[in-house]
Design a protein around this ligand. Structure first.
Ligand SMILES: *Cc1c(COP(=O)(O)O)cnc(C)c1O
Length: 234
């Protein structure tokens, strides 16, 4: 009897991605363990998250609140740590502040203020990254690089948020050299903030197609969906 490959697909993919992360980290002189894997489970069923959890993956990324809440509630008590990585609407800030440990996609002060004031007192501060529109694309979310200093100061002052770093989704490009360019600029923005007195330790950068470029330029969290869970239905 032939065994189906499917039940082992996700755990195998996770092992492969972790090995690839370690290889790239080594290749680019990054310290061991300095790049963390965020498994982007958006659109995927609860069973896929369960399978990844069983394989030892604990960080999960979601970009749509309803989809995420179904899985968070379905899972109940578990080791899963939830990261919100999508656009935050102001009427969704409360459940995000209640159910997530991280939000990677801050780009409006009003949203940041709501998340801070709604963060439950019995939870540690919400860990946040500022999303930067690194290629200045009209259709993309994120703060313009020129507005970053001021926005970072405002976010860092909010009591129930802990500003950890920056996130970006660069415009797709083909070669490794081209892919590195926006990630390099993101790293330089982070270094600029730290030179001004911030103590940020997080670059949330790199997806399935540009993971190597992001690691080469200092990513500390890579957000990987397709390579773990397979292609998404549109
Ligand atoms: C979907 C998504 C990802 C994962 O993309 P893949 O190409 O499937 O790895 C990463 N980050 C954000 C913000 C996303 O929305």
């Amino acid at each position: 009897m032939e065994e189906s490959a499917e039940p082992h697909g996700i755990s195998q993919a996770l092992r492969q991605i972790e090995a690839q992360i370690a290889r790239y980290a080594d290749r680019y002189g990054r310290p061991e363990g300095s790049v963390r894997l965020l498994a982007v489970s958006k659109t995927k069923p609860l069973s896929a998250v369960r399978e990844a959890l069983t394989a030892g993956q604990t960080w999960f990324g979601e970009n749509q609140l309803q989809d995420a809440l179904g899985k968070i509630e379905g899972l109940g008590d578990s080791k899963a740590v939830w990261h919100f990585i999508g656009p935050v609407q102001s009427n969704k800030t409360r459940p995000i502040s209640e159910h997530f440990a991280w939000c990677h996609s801050l780009d409006r002060l009003k949203i940041a203020e709501r998340l801070s004031s709604q963060r439950p007192q019995d939870l540690e501060p919400l860990q946040v990254c500022i999303q930067v529109n690194i290629d200045g694309e009209a259709t993309k979310a994120g703060i313009a690089p020129g507005e970053l200093d001021r926005f970072a100061d405002e976010v860092a002052a909010l009591p129930r948020l802990e500003l950890r770093g920056l996130m970006a989704i660069p415009r797709p490009s083909q070669s490794l050299a081209e892919q590195r360019e926006p990630h390099r600029r993101l790293r330089e923005l982070l270094e600029g903030l730290n030179a001004r007195g911030h103590t940020l330790d997080t670059l949330s950068a790199g997806m399935t197609d540009d993971m190597e470029a992001a690691i080469a330029e200092g990513a500390t969290i890579v957000r990987i969906g397709t390579a773990i869970f397979g292609a998404r239905n549109r």
